[in-house]
Design a protein around this ligand. Structure first.
Ligand SMILES: [Zn+2]
Length: 156
């Protein structure tokens, strides 16, 4: 079995980090991270650095970073999905806010943490194991799923 790659995004690629996480790809992002920290993290955790910074890219060992060429988010995502063949993997989404893993919780557990309308109309809830952010399919998970399908199609 081929394991999906793990990434770290530089400070300019925060939106991409969110989307990669929603695709289920383990992606580090910290908008305060200094270049030296990113480099060390990538080497220690065997993460591929995604960067818009040519000097930073050139300072990484060969094969440990990717200079992202595309300008717009959608094209950037398509580039990374294509280059790393991310369409091979069908992973459960991770928390877009913190990269944590999502766990399914009961409707009762979600009760006091979501708007009443959401509680009444939704049956499936997930919670980030790390930051406790709640997700439910009726909101953005559905839109995300649709967009991911489009991205995957565009890469075929
Ligand atoms: Zn989280």
């Amino acid at each position: 079995m081929i394991l999906p790659p793990r990434f770290a995004c530089d400070v300019m690629l925060g939106s991409m980090a969110k989307w990669l996480r929603m695709l289920g790809i383990d992606t580090f992002y910290d908008n305060q991270a200094a270049d030296a920290d990113l480099k060390r993290l990538c080497l220690e955790e065997k993460r591929i650095l995604l960067t818009k910074d040519r000097a930073l890219h050139d300072s990484m060992p060969v094969g440990t970073s990717r200079l992202v060429g595309a300008v717009h988010l959608r094209a950037q995502l398509e580039e990374i999905v294509r280059v790393f063949r991310l369409d091979r993997f069908d992973l459960p989404p991770r928390c877009s806010a913190c990269n944590g893993e999502l766990e399914t919780i009961s409707k009762e557990q979600a009760k006091d943490r979501v708007p009443p309308y959401v509680f009444l109309t939704q049956e499936r809830f997930q919670r980030c194991a790390q930051c406790r952010k709640l997700y439910w399919p009726g909101t953005h998970l559905k839109r995300i799923a649709e967009r991911i399908v489009k991205i995957r199609k565009a890469c075929e």
